[in-house]
Ligand binder design. Structure first.
Ligand SMILES: Cc1cc2nc3c(=O)[nH]c(=O)nc-3n(C[C@H](O)[C@H](O)[C@H](O)COP(=O)(O)OP(=O)(O)OC[C@H]3O[C@@H](n4cnc5c(N)ncnc54)[C@H](O)[C@@H]3O)c2cc1C
Length: 404
């Protein structure tokens, strides 16, 4: 049963669809501000969407939301799916799809009051400070420490692969707060203000030539004592809750995109390969994959690792087909941004390089947990298979052997 909304009663699905369409139509008709970056365009869109009552659909009324259910959220997503203006792009998805829902579900009233509205409006940018040089798939082995000192946590450690940290105002941080209990039990989730002397962000350049993520060095950075999501020591449960949001968001189409099938159909035509039976079979398989992902997402209760695995597979398969169709242009890095798929040119119609799509697809199966980790999760939590053997699961973390 859904609560009435701050903006009136729960609208019927059709009334809600009309409301969304009207907002998008009106927004897209606004004159563009020349010279605005993609980030600023996204920020402006998010603010307008929030102010129109469409930015917090499944948030409780008490938190400034509409209190609507997933059917309304799905309607919004479907209606907004094909517009060109930015909607959650430019790294805002880390806040919108991951950090803020976790704070909504597990944060104290003070945290919800402080962070939800500014984050949803795009006024504040978030990053996810989970992975460390020695803790990726084995995330619970993290060694960034937080020690309570009066009314502040003092945090020291290193994070890595932190997407969007260079823009972030806040990071959702996993830190070890108790070393005398087994590894999963000693972790807490804190909200780290990024703009302070103890936080240094250094860009990491990927093989796409884009510096999408960063190393973050943390040296006695400060966090207010009550900026803990959940309870101190309950961070692993919070971490898993956020990861479920992340995997579900990736499975639903958030973040980086597989090369779209219709672009590949255009490319096959442009390169004279559209009648090749092998190419046609590849394209049919990709079109089927895209439809399967769409339909899986319509099922309620689907485990997020299932949709994430399907989407990463789609991304890799699409990249492989791209590489074969665009060859030799697909492997040539420097090419003219010609806005054409004519043979001999290296760019797709929106001017981005095929090579970018080919290289970027590899990241899909790493960010949010690797394919192997998703399969382990499904095996253990859904199929009930025996857990992976581990020698460090029940030992106090301080006694677990590790590199200095
Ligand atoms: C584009 C991108 C963006 C990212 N953004 C962020 C971010 O914003 N914040 C953040 O905290 N992290 C981020 N990450 C990090 C990401 O979560 C990690 O890369 C991922 O969890 C894997 O960890 P790792 O790189 O340390 O690899 P490792 O854990 O060292 O894994 C290496 C290989 O071993 C396999 N493996 C490891 N353990 C097992 C096991 N038990 N069973 C079977 N196989 C196993 C893995 O599948 C992988 O193939 C990002 C990564 C990418 C690529």
């Amino acid at each position: 049963m859904v609560e009435p909304t701050a903006h009136g009663d729960v609208p019927s699905i059709e009334a809600f669809r009309a409301e969304v369409r009207a907002f998008l139509r009106e927004y897209d008709a606004r004159p563009a501000t020349p010279g605005r970056s993609r980030r600023d365009r996204t920020r402006a869109f998010l603010a307008a969407r929030y102010d129109a009552g469409l930015g917090a659909l499944d948030y409780p009324v008490a938190d400034g939301g509409r209190g609507l259910d997933r059917h309304h959220v799905d309607v919004y997503r479907t209606e907004a799916a094909h517009r060109t203006a930015d909607d959650g792009g430019s790294g805002f998805g880390i806040g919108l799809d991951m950090c803020l829902p976790t704070i909504r579900d597990h944060g104290s009233p003070d945290l919800r009051r402080r962070f939800l509205a500014p984050g949803l409006r795009g006024d504040e940018h978030w990053c996810q400070l989970y992975s460390e040089p020695g803790a990726g798939s084995d995330l619970a082995g993290l060694t960034t420490r937080a020690v309570l000192d009066g009314d502040e946590w003092v945090v020291t450690g290193q994070k890595v692969w932190t997407s969007g940290a260079e823009h972030a105002d806040f990071g959702i941080l996993l830190a070890r707060t108790d070393w005398d209990v087994p590894k999963h039990a000693g972790v807490s989730m804190l909200v780290l203000p990024m703009d302070q002397p103890g936080v240094e962000v250094r860009a990491l350049r990927q093989m796409t030539d884009v510096a999408h993520f960063n190393e973050v060095f943390i040296d006695e950075a400060r966090v207010p004592a009550d900026w803990v999501v959940g309870e101190p020591g309950d961070g692993w449960r919070m971490a898993v809750a956020l990861l479920a949001h992340e995997r579900s968001s990736i499975g639903k189409g958030g973040g980086r995109q597989p090369v779209p099938v219709d672009r590949l159909v255009d490319l096959a035509r442009a390169t004279g390969r559209a009648d090749d039976p092998v190419v046609r079979q590849d394209l049919a398989r990709l079109a089927t994959g895209a439809r399967i992902i769409e339909w899986l997402n319509l099922r309620s209760g689907i485990h997020p690792s299932v949709t994430k695995l399907w989407r990463t597979r789609q991304g890799r398969d699409a990249a492989d087909v791209t590489a074969r169709l665009a060859y030799p242009g697909g492997v040539a890095w420097e090419g003219p941004r010609m806005g054409t798929t004519e043979p001999g040119h290296y760019a797709d119609p929106d001017g981005s390089h095929w090579a970018y799509g080919i290289c970027d697809a590899r990241a899909l199966s790493l960010g949010g947990g690797t394919d192997e980790v998703q399969r382990n999760t499904l095996g253990e939590r859904v199929l009930g298979l025996p857990r992976e053997p581990a020698s460090d699961r029940d030992v106090p973390f301080s006694q677990v052997p590790r590199n200095a």
